[in-house]
Design a protein around this ligand. Structure first.
Ligand SMILES: Cc1c2[nH]c(c1CCC(=O)O)Cc1[nH]c(c(CCC(=O)O)c1C)Cc1[nH]c(c(CCC(=O)O)c1C)Cc1[nH]c(c(C)c1CCC(=O)O)C2
Length: 347
């Protein structure tokens, strides 16, 4: 494990509550299809999962955005759906259609998931982390991640992306016991996965709860906040000093109890959260991260310049991590990312 205290990394400092001279900057999905050098590597392997499972290539793709842009962190190249894959579920990424899984529709299918350690599937991710850490500038942080149990469960149950996550919400209502069994399993496996990522070199962790926004109030409390709290507690018991960023996309005002109760160190804010709301209700609790519209980064121009200024103005005087409000879009011109970096750096 790395001694995170000794680095001078802006991201680590901001996540510990320090105000940095300029805010740290990284971008969700910063490695990927908007970069021609990624598309080039992508042609060398048959499938996306094969790319994630080949440490040399996964490490290379992780480092690509750092070679182009002055970013404060690398995020390991993998996917949140590696966890269901490790549990023995069939997972495929179909070009142009997104992920396809063999759907889990009832308690019987949940009970069949492999509860034994999923080490073999995760091993290449750990190896990629070690390779990236060895090559990365000491002042650049390395981020590990996983999906939140709720968000991963939505894909497992619907068999892919879904509208309003209705299948998973329905199962949670109709068979809460079986659904809780799936969530508990995901908490356990994801905790082990995050802890091992830290041992392999990750210095910061992010938990992506991309679909927390589809849950009603009580269900949000149980499946988003409750499951994340359990996951964070397990990770903190082993690696207490590693900061954890929670990203409850679409949570709206429920981001406040999420920040208060999950045990996370910083909160990722999606594009829909007003800057005033973030400053008054979240940044008073912990460092915040966000929330430029990825569509605006794709569009570029004066509007981009203006909005970056507004975000820095509203959030830049307290611990803050500049990021998008969701992942970068494949159609984004790389020059717009360069422009964004120079705007944030010249603050
Ligand atoms: C919901 C979710 C997924 N994956 C992820 C989330 C949470 C964040 C979010 O809400 O966007 C997280 C993720 N996925 C990927 C990363 C890599 C690291 C990085 O951020 O650079 C990360 C952090 C690579 C990827 N994951 C995927 C790609 C594209 C695969 C390809 O190259 O063909 C990449 C680069 C595939 C993927 N993976 C997923 C979907 C829905 C898709 C298909 C849609 C798409 O293609 O963007 C599930």
């Amino acid at each position: 494990m790395l001694d995170t205290q000794s680095t001078n990394n802006r991201l680590l400092r901001a996540l510990k509550g320090e105000l940095t001279e300029t805010p740290p900057l990284w971008l969700m999905r910063q490695a990927g299809r908007y970069l021609p050098e990624y598309r080039e590597i992508r042609t060398k392997v048959g499938s996306f999962l094969e790319l994630c499972g080949t440490p040399e290539l996964a490490a290379e793709v992780t480092l690509q955005p750092l070679r182009r842009f002055d970013l404060d962190a690398a995020i390991i190249f993998s996917d949140i759906l590696i966890v269901p894959f490790a549990l023995g579920q069939q997972v495929e990424f179909v070009k142009g259609e997104g992920p396809k899984l063999d759907p889990i529709t009832d308690g019987k299918a949940i009970a069949k998931l492999e509860r034994k350690a999923a080490g073999d599937t995760f091993a290449p991710v750990y190896e990629a982390l070690r390779r990236v850490r060895a090559e990365l500038d000491p002042d650049t942080a390395l981020i590990g991640f996983c999906g939140a149990p709720w968000t991963v469960a939505t894909y497992m149950i619907a068999g892919g992306g879904s509208k309003d996550q209705a299948e998973a919400r329905a199962l949670a209502y109709s068979d809460p016991e079986a659904f809780a069994g799936l969530i508990d399993l995901l908490v356990d496996v994801s905790a082990g996965y995050l802890i091992e990522q830290v041992k392999a070199g990750a210095q910061v962790l992010q938990i992506f709860d991309s679909w927390s926004g589809s849950l009603a109030e009580d269900e949000f409390a149980r499946w988003s906040i409750g499951a994340t709290k359990a996951l964070v507690a397990k990770v903190k018991a082993e690696v207490p000093d590693v900061p954890i960023i929670g990203f409850p996309k679409g949570a709206g005002p429920s981001a406040i109890p999420y920040a208060r109760r999950t045990g996370i160190d910083a909160i990722g804010c999606d594009t829909s959260l007003p800057l005033r709301f973030i400053a008054d209700n979240l940044q008073n609790l912990m460092p915040v991260q966000g929330n430029l519209d990825p569509v605006l980064l794709m569009a570029g121009g004066e509007h981009l310049d203006r909005r970056v200024g507004q975000i820095l103005e509203a959030l830049g005087d307290r611990p803050f991590v500049f990021n998008l409000g969701h992942g970068i879009l494949p159609q984004t011109p790389p020059e717009h990312v360069s422009r964004l970096v120079s705007l944030v750096r010249s603050k």
